[in-house]
Design a protein around this ligand. Structure first.
Ligand code: PDD
Length: 287
């Protein structure tokens, strides 16, 4: 069934939505994005995603096309128009089209940024059967640029990483730089050792996951010990548990790294507990 999507002020059937071939998102990957999950018709962690979007725009000197209140209204309208119960809203802002190709940024007074949103329906996404088995990851070099804290649409290497994982018979890849895990191709990475949750500290090296922030907050509230520091693949293989977080997977256990079982090779107690708390609390707070 055709979706209703949003393009620069208009709600349109997806077949009618158009963006210029000169749009800098298309030509230069000059754009940022957010993925906000929807559970039971409610937006999960919308405030966090809106704040990160504002930060990404600011870091790239890109104008916000609408206010954050308007953005919330557009999200809600799309969820309603597409009758989304469980799924996601994808949002992308690009520096727009100056009508030609040029490396220099166009004057934002003359060239407005573009705003596109669409929904993805994923009924029952909170009950993903993969959670029962856990996922496997391979390790790959992190060869991305140095501003991974900005959520840009430059996703070629993460896509390649997912293809490398698929070719190796795994579900995803963890990226490694200077011997330490940065993050997953589209998620943050964690290990658990002796009850302690370990995940890389925030910096320009990783995306500041909105799910990460919520999960660490819930973990601390539940008196779980959290250590924000880097870890290597060898340390991860030797951990009791491993997991990832993102808006699309919530908390997902990782049971195998480069073919080696993590802990007992089954989803860990801490990961499953955090998933339960995250889903409960986020659904309650959904808007
Ligand atoms: N990806 N790290 C990277 C590189 C990501 O692309 C993502 C999100 C995350 C987790 O961030 P959050 O918890 O805010 O979703 C970490 C989204 C889901 C995507 O690209 O589809």
């Amino acid at each position: 069934m055709s979706r209703t999507v949003y393009v620069n002020g208009d709600y349109l059937p997806e077949e009618e939505a158009k963006i210029s071939i000169f749009d800098r998102g298309f030509l230069m990957a000059d754009g940022v994005y957010e993925v906000t999950s929807v559970l039971g018709g409610k937006l999960i962690d919308f405030d966090g995603h809106a704040k990160r979007l504002e930060r990404s725009l600011k870091e790239l000197d890109m104008a916000a096309p609408v206010t954050m209140d308007e953005l919330l209204a557009i999200h809600r309208e799309l969820v309603a128009k597409n009758a989304i119960v469980d799924g996601a809203v994808y949002l992308q802002v690009t520096r727009g089209s100056a009508g030609d190709r040029d490396f220099a940024f166009p004057d934002p007074e003359k060239v407005p940024s573009s705003l596109v949103l669409f929904t993805q329906s994923k009924p029952g996404m909170a009950y993903d059967p993969k959670v029962q088995k856990g996922i496997s990851v391979i390790s790959i070099d992190d060869i991305r640029w140095g501003r991974r804290d900005i959520k840009t649409v430059q996703l070629l290497y993460p896509s390649m990483g997912k293809m490398m994982a698929k070719a190796a018979g795994a579900d995803d890849a963890w990226m490694v730089e200077d011997g330490m895990v940065t993050e997953g191709t589209s998620n943050n990475a964690y290990i658990v050792k002796g009850g302690k949750i370990i995940t890389r500290a925030l910096s320009n090296d990783i995306l500041h996951g909105i799910t990460r922030a919520a999960v660490l907050r819930f973990a601390r509230e539940a008196q779980m010990e959290v250590e924000e520091r880097s870890f290597s693949i060898d340390e991860a293989k030797d951990a009791d548990e491993a997991f990832i977080t993102s808006a699309s997977t919530f908390v997902m256990p990782v049971v195998k790294i480069d073919g080696a079982a993590v802990g007992e090779g089954k989803p860990g107690r801490v990961a499953l507990r955090l998933r339960e708390i995250y889903l409960d609390e986020s659904c309650k707070a959904g808007i």
